[in-house]
Design a protein around this ligand. Structure first.
Ligand code: SF4
Length: 79
């Protein structure tokens, strides 16, 4: 299985929400400030990151596509 790394600039999130609609396994809207949270992610120098092991990262890639401010990225880090 491949390994992917999701990176998310939470401080730039405008809370539009479609990421959580297309990829609820990785994103949810915080009831506290209305921004997205990267579920199971951790903060690294202001960036939220999460590694996933899966056959594909199709849903996370959809989140990349639907974010209106382009603050989500997904990279394959291992085949
Ligand atoms: S789609 Fe982008 S701006 Fe909207 S909640 Fe998700 S990360 Fe934030």
């Amino acid at each position: 299985m491949a390994k992917f790394r999701i990176e998310f600039k939470r401080n730039e999130c405008i809370g539009a929400g479609p990421c959580a609609a297309v990829d609820p396994e990785d994103f949810e809207i915080s009831p506290n400030d209305g921004k997205a949270d990267l579920k199971g992610g951790k903060e690294e120098g202001g960036l939220w990151v999460k590694e996933i092991v899966a056959d594909s990262a199709d849903k996370a890639m959809q989140a990349v596509d639907v974010c209106p401010v382009a603050i989500i990225s997904v990279k394959k880090i291992q085949d």
